[in-house]
Design a protein around this ligand. Structure first.
Ligand code: HEM
Length: 495
């Protein structure tokens, strides 16, 4: 009798809990933007093609409009689609939606550093990182000189391939990696250095894994999937190894730092740590310094390197575009002077090609997830604090009004009828607002200078007929990952 009583009490208790949780769910979902009906536990995963989530979001926007809701596992997600909605969220509601949605694959970095920080320390670390990046970007050993120096090393290394086929992933990737390594750690790596190859492999593998279907599931259902075997374990290990590297660098720096004369970003972060050493709640702990460095190292290498690699593949498919670039470089820069930023003003075609590469490859289609920092009324909907907010970037970059035939690679998207560079406010591959990419200026400078330097010295040669080159990404998720390929670079005759 007593056992029956306990069982009934337990049942009543569980049913009450279930009803309370359902009630809470209904209450918090009340007045959310429209969206497809969610199933229990999995929510709207059946509405998504995990091989191409950004494409599924575009399709859902056709059905539900520019602001819609999805339930992905435990997460309530509001998606913004199109110029007006995305800009409104990023610029008009810049504080309300400036949180960072959780990315469980980077749980070790959560609430530290800049990118994955959704805590009160983010504002401070971001502001400080921006100011030191700015300081190291200006002046005599500024970013332009830094990139120009690396461009010379890159050209030298490309010459060593002697016209033979090679995989550009690590060779080309080494240039942006060295530029950011110089800013962060006051060092550059030899192009054959084992450590830099290991680090770049980790960055590259992470970017790919993050874009696979399994990680789309994991990042939303990590509560269920955490203990299962799968590629998320590899990713978690890689992320940890990268942080281990930056932690070691920070410790090494600590041995020799002179706070009155910082050598690099690491020293500046350590100086902040030193200032706070008697504080009860310091922002700059060794952990936080290591994650801040890891953020900038990973984000500063993989993004620019992938853009360059994708860009070269595109140019091989369109030799007539490459030809026009050679012509412009020869006319403005000539054969031997190293390209400079001032050349951009006289090189509208190169400027347009670099923009079109970034638009077309759509590197981070769905942006990084944001989060509502407080309950917010947006276009008549109530978006509760903690809701993940996705201001999609591909919906701007592939807008067919702004960029007619968006699926085609056309530098003319950024040129006016007189052949001058044409600005577009829809060009937002770095996002906008409070979370806008910290490395935008650096990345744009690198893309222009490094691509100009490569084409100044070499013709690109594909191993297959240019018309047979397939530009379809090999994975689309967090990022758009270019297909693997090899190419030859042939020194330009007479130069
Ligand atoms: C082609 C190159 C790059 C692209 C397309 C790119 C794109 C992006 C995007 C879309 C975001 C998310 C913005 C948001 O949440 O709204 C971001 C954030 C970030 N990027 Fe970049 N990025 C590039 C290069 C770089 C470089 C060179 C650095 C090096 C310093 C960098 C550092 C960061 C950091 C630290 C954040 C986090 C900002 C925050 O959460 O407050 N990125 N980037």
């Amino acid at each position: 009798m007593a056992a029956l009583g306990i069982t009934v009490a337990l049942l009543v208790w569980m049913v009450s809990l279930l009803l309370i949780s359902l009630w809470k769910q209904i209450l918090s979902s009340w007045n959310l933007p429209p969206g497809p009906f969610p199933l229990p536990i999995v929510g709207n995963f059946f509405n998504l093609d995990l091989k191409n989530v950004p494409k599924s979001l575009n399709k859902l926007a056709e059905r539900f409009g520019p602001v819609f809701t999805l339930h992905l596992g435990f997460r309530r997600v509001v998606v913004l689609h199109g110029y007006k909605a995305v800009k409104e969220v990023l610029l008009k509601y810049k504080n309300e939606f400036s949180g960072r949605g959780e990315i469980p694959a980077f749980q070790e970095y959560a609430n530290k550093g800049v990118i994955f920080n959704n805590s009160h320390t983010w504002r401070d670390v971001r502001r400080f990182s921006l100011s030191i990046l700015r300081d190291y970007g200006m002046g005599k050993q500024g970013n332009e000189e830094r990139i120009q120096r690396e461009a010379r090393f890159l050209v030298e290394e490309l010459r060593k391939t002697q016209g033979q086929p090679f995989d550009p992933t690590f060779l080309i990737g080494c240039a942006p990696c060295n530029v950011i390594a110089d800013i962060l750690f006051n060092r550059r790596f030899d192009y054959n250095d084992k450590t830099v190859h290991r680090l770049m492999r980790l960055f590259n593998e992470d970017f790919y894994l993050l874009s696979t279907p399994w990680l789309q599931l994991y990042n939303n259902l990590s509560g269920y999937l955490r203990f299962l075997p799968g590629s998320h374990r590899k990713l978690l290990k890689n992320v940890s190894e990268i942080k281990q590297y930056t932690l070691e660098k920070a410790k090494e720096h600590l041995q020799s730092v002179d706070f009155s004369c910082p050598r690099d970003v690491t020293d500046c972060l350590l100086a902040e740590m030193e200032k706070e050493k008697h504080s009860k709640e310091p922002v700059y702990t060794m952990e936080n310094v290591a994650v801040t460095l890891a953020d900038m190292f990973f984000a500063g290498t993989e993004t620019t390197s992938t853009t360059l690699r994708y860009g070269l593949l595109i140019l091989m498919k369109y030799p007539e575009i490459e030809e026009k670039l050679h012509e412009e470089i020869d006319r403005v820069i000539g054969p031997s002077r190293v390209p400079a930023i001032k050349d951009r003003l006289e090189m509208p075609y190169m400027d347009a090609v670099v923009h079109e590469i970034q638009r077309f490859i759509n590197l981070v289609p769905s942006n990084l997830p944001h989060e509502a920092t407080r309950d917010t009324m947006f276009r008549g909907y109530r978006i509760p604090k903690g809701t993940v907010v996705i201001p999609t970037l591909d919906s701007l970059l592939y807008d067919s009004q702004e960029f007619p035939e968006p699926d085609k690679f056309k530098p003319e998207h950024f040129l006016n009828e007189n052949g001058k560079f044409k600005y577009s406010d829809y060009f937002k591959p770095f996002s906008a607002g409070k979370r806008v990419c910290v490395g935008e200026g650096l990345a744009r400078m690198e893309l222009f200078l490094l691509l100009s330097a490569i084409l100044q010295h070499f013709n690109l040669k594909s191993l297959v007929d240019p018309t047979a080159i397939d530009l379809t990404p090999m994975a689309v998720g967090f990022g758009s990952v270019p297909p693997h390929y090899k190419l030859c670079v042939i020194p330009r005759s007479g130069l």
